[in-house]
Ligand binder design. Structure first.
Ligand SMILES: Nc1nc2c(c(=O)[nH]1)N[C@H]1C(S)=C(S)[C@@H](COP(=O)(O)OP(=O)(O)OC[C@H]3O[C@@H](n4cnc5c(=O)[nH]c(N)nc54)[C@H](O)[C@@H]3O)O[C@H]1N2
Ligand SMILES: Nc1nc2c(c(=O)[nH]1)N[C@H]1C(S)=C(S)[C@@H](COP(=O)(O)OP(=O)(O)OC[C@H]3O[C@@H](n4cnc5c(=O)[nH]c(N)nc54)[C@H](O)[C@@H]3O)O[C@H]1N2
Ligand SMILES: [Mo]
Length: 760
């Protein structure tokens, strides 16, 4: 029934298991999307809302960052996009009465699923020091409280301003401007936990931390390697692009420890064949790699390419690259095949087959996501992918390139707008020139460093523009204790989540508009803009009436807060910005390269493409002025005898920490989330029957242990020695210091665990 949330927390842990599926989408995807949408929104609103997703006059889907094709279907959404929309456009409401009925301690005892199911936040709420319940607070008073705390700090660096990647370009630009005029670069964001490793590796090697391909390139590729990504669940519209590429003759190699249904076979719901027929088989070669074995795999391919006559694009290497000799010396001679096969879990024949496909392809693209970015050696792994593409000149020409597939719908745009704890000096110079204040130059805290600073009492105010910090971050117990030490925690949010229940001495919840909603300011109705995973910028306009008359937009919240905190001293026209977002875009146009004439260009329904030097003209804005080969030693994680390597990943019914439902349809799991997928032979060796219950115990180098109790063992065809369980439940297992070198991203895809039968 629409509008009604569950009263009690449902039993989450009665998982029913039926084995993995071998195809994705098709009719069940539509039925499931409509069922969840109707539960949240009712029938009429479901129809009205879903027809607006990703249309040229509509709003950008708050799901993933996959780009929209030029020729859009009437319903350009996918099952999981529909769920993201339903979650936001729900008719359920969290009112002051709800907070009066539920103490913070009560909320802290609820599951993330239950919290999210309560509906949209409707009024600003304040938790006074020592209070047991949140109480309604007028907006002005809420801003005064934040201003009081921020102006009372002994240094602006005692404040942390987190962002999750749904924030629009306009709001993000204002938010970083406010933080920097206030005086800090402490702007950690979800990207620190996500594609930071891609950004680090790509900036160093090709000079820009973004992907180099467009959708058209995918359609033209001969070979697409999808490594460490589960598009069937996390980027379902990517399957349509892969299907089209295949129809044009492309081959696909999937590199994954799990046989993911979406990559096996796609039943396109937009075509009769997809709905009623067998669908399209996508993967031509499945490489069932061990967790963290990708660097070794790409190194082996590179070694073989270096040994094959005529395999290299020598002109490209000579004209456009740097460091080839050194790389060839490291990768060309002697490869330790025993080590390669151990690291990858593959056979020599499988690697040779992949090589044949690589040699047969003139245009190759590598797509990747969290399976490559969340390991200790993620940055060298992604550099090795770049080496692989450079060897055959697969960058900066049609049908070829790097394709890191972003997560949150505007995470890439937020970074472009300056949400970054280590801003480029040129960006700060441009801010200084445009606004006439001296931005701080010292680097700020990323996510992990922000947690340490809170833990150590060096950070005292935590402000979040969206997201669910305590659930998304590693080392849950450490992180929650760290956040509880803050003087004030503030969350600008659409929905209730655990971060509202784990608070500093005082706390505020500031409810905001979602993408789907009309944004009316005094100059009239506003739109915002976003940038997708392929560097396309376009407008997003909500149409629904806001969930409550008390909501403020994210730009309005930043403007009002900035005026309170910075007062008369501010040189920035905050009032004007709030009134008319076009005035924000005028400033972005003057500060951020590629946004010249922003207001005029974004008026085009298709939006516009941002410049990308390697893609546009094969120039590489790196330190050497060329694309850089890099030669790093091959690394891979190893689990000691009797232990497994655990990856923490998403089920089909969740959006990060937002749990839509309790099923993971493609993996054959229903009605529960506390499951651990283990290869049947590994499970037998550990004496664990399918259906047995086990605690997951992670073992850390300093001898400490962390425990996540009560997971149902599921015998599952994952790579040998590897296990998988859902995040955020498993974040408790990941030590804060277990991060990727260089990017400092929590290494959530390689955690050494012991499985201990529950109750022993
Ligand atoms: N519906 C939905 N959509 C989403 C999200 C969501 O939660 N729900 N989240 C969004 C966000 S923020 C992001 S970042 C993306 C995440 O998108 P994904 O990266 O697809 O998300 P994960 O579930 O973490 O899946 C990781 C995949 O990599 C594989 N993998 C794990 N370790 C390795 C490895 O060492 N090597 C290789 N080759 N493969 C490995 C796993 O088996 C799995 O298939 O999706 C975005 N879209
Ligand atoms: N173990 C493990 N940990 C991980 C990962 C993993 O694979 N394994 N993945 C990491 C990745 S890739 C990411 S991106 C992070 C995600 O980290 P976050 O981005 O912090 O987490 P989300 O769950 O996406 O945030 C959900 C909340 O955002 C708020 N929200 C939704 N829409 C809006 C909006 O329009 N405006 C505002 N202001 N708020 C809104 C809602 O209140 C909702 O509860 O988690 C990371 N953590
Ligand atoms: Mo992400």
């Amino acid at each position: 029934m629409a509008g009604k949330a569950p009263e009690s927390d449902p039993v989450q842990d009665a998982p029913e298991v039926s084995g993995p599926k071998h195809s994705a989408v098709g009719l069940p995807a539509i039925t499931n999307a409509l069922r969840i949408s109707r539960q949240q929104m009712g029938v009429k609103r479901t129809a009205l809302t879903l027809l607006r997703v990703n249309q040229k006059e509509g709003f950008d889907c708050p799901g993933c960052a996959w780009p929209d094709p030029d020729h859009r279907h009437a319903a350009e959404f996918c099952e999981n996009g529909a769920k993201a929309v339903a979650e936001e456009a729900t008719l359920r409401r969290v009112t002051p009465d709800f907070f009066a009925a539920h103490s913070v301690a009560d909320l802290a005892g609820r599951s993330g699923y239950w919290l999210g199911q309560q509906g949209r936040l409707t009024q600003p709420m304040y938790l006074a020091e020592g209070a047991t319940h949140y109480a309604p607070v007028p907006w002005e008073r809420a801003f005064d409280i934040v201003a009081e705390e921020l102006t009372g700090l002994s240094s602006p660096d005692e404040a942390v301003f987190y962002t999750s990647g749904r924030t629009s370009n306009e709001a993000a630009f204002l938010y970083q401007l406010f933080a920097r005029e206030y005086g800090t670069n402490n702007l950690p964001d979800c990207s620190n936990m996500c594609h930071e490793s891609s950004g680090s590796a790509l900036t160093e090697t090709i000079g820009i931390g973004k992907g180099s391909v467009s959708l058209e390139d995918l359609y033209k590729a001969d070979l697409i390697i999808v490594a460490g990504q589960n598009p069937g669940t996390n980027h379902p519209r990517q399957l349509s692009a892969l299907e089209k590429a295949k129809a044009n003759g492309a081959k696909i190699i999937s590199v994954n420890p799990l046989p993911e249904a979406g990559l096996e076979r796609f039943k396109n719901p937009q075509t009769p064949r997809g709905l009623a027929g067998g669908g399209t088989s996508l993967t031509d070669l499945f490489l069932q790699i061990r967790l963290g074995g990708d660097q070794a795999l790409f190194r082996a391919l590179n070694h073989l390419l270096l040994q094959t006559d005529g395999a290299l694009d020598e002109d490209f290497i000579r004209e456009h690259t740097h460091g080839f000799e050194e790389f060839a010396a490291a990768a060309g001679d002697g490869l330790d095949w025993d080590e390669t096969l151990r690291a990858t879990g593959l056979t020599r024949a499988e690697i040779d087959e992949a090589l044949r496909m690589v040699l047969a392809s003139k245009r190759t693209i590598v797509c990747w996501a969290m399976g490559l970015t969340q390991h200790k050696h993620s940055v060298p792994t992604i550099r090795e992918v770049v080496n692989f593409l450079l060897l055959r000149g697969n960058i900066g020409r049609p049908g070829a390139g790097v394709c890191p597939v972003r997560g949150h719908s505007n995470v890439q745009g937020d970074r472009t707008m300056g949400i970054f704890e280590r801003p480029a000096p040129a960006f700060l110079d441009a801010l200084e020139k445009e606004f006439g204040f001296a931005p701080p130059r010292e680097h700020g805290y990323d996510v992990v460093r922000a947690i340490r600073a809170l833990r150590d009492g060096q950070a005292k105010v935590f402000f979040a523009m969206g997201g669910n910090f305590v659930s998304a971050t590693p080392d849950t117990e450490v992180t929650e204790a760290a956040v509880r030490r803050a003087n004030l925690t503030v969350h600008v949010s659409t929905k209730l989540n655990r971060s509202h229940a784990v608070t500093g001495a005082r706390a505020l919840i500031l409810p905001t508009l979602g993408r789907t909603e009309k944004d009316l300011q005094s100059s009239g109705e506003q739109f915002v803009t976003v940038e997708d995973s392929m560097g396309m910028v376009h407008a997003s306009r909500g149409r629904l009436e806001p969930a409550s008359p008390h909501l403020l937009s994210e730009p309005a919240i930043v403007c009002r807060l900035a005026r309170k905190v910075l007062g008369e001293d501010s040189r920035i026209p905050w009032e004007e910005f709030e009134k008319d977002y076009a005035t924000i875009r005028d400033r972005i146009a003057r500060v951020v390269p590629g946004f010249e004439d922003f207001n005029a260009r974004v008026a085009s329904p298709d939006g516009f493409a941002l410049p990308h030097a390697p893609r546009d003209d094969r120039s590489f804005p790196t330190a050497t002025g060329k694309a850089n080969f890099t030669a790093a030693p091959v690394e891979f994680p190893a689990a000691p005898e009797g232990r497994l390597l655990l990856q923490t990943l998403r089920s089909h019914d969740q959006y990060n920490t937002t749990i839509y439902g309790l099923d993971d349809r493609y993996r054959g799991i229903k009605n529960g989330r506390r499951v651990v997928l283990v290869h049947p032979e590994d499970a037998r060796a550990l004496g664990l029957a399918d259906g047995a219950y086990t605690d997951l115990v992670s073992e850390w180098t300093d001898g400490s242990e962390r425990r996540a109790p009560g997971f149902r063992v599921v015998h599952y065809p994952t790579a040998r020695g590897c296990a998988a369980a859902y995040y955020p439940e498993t974040n408790v297992l990941i030590p804060l210091d277990h991060t990727a070198d260089t990017s400092n991203t929590p290494a959530s895809k390689s955690v050494v665990v012991r499985l201990e039968p529950t109750g022993l």
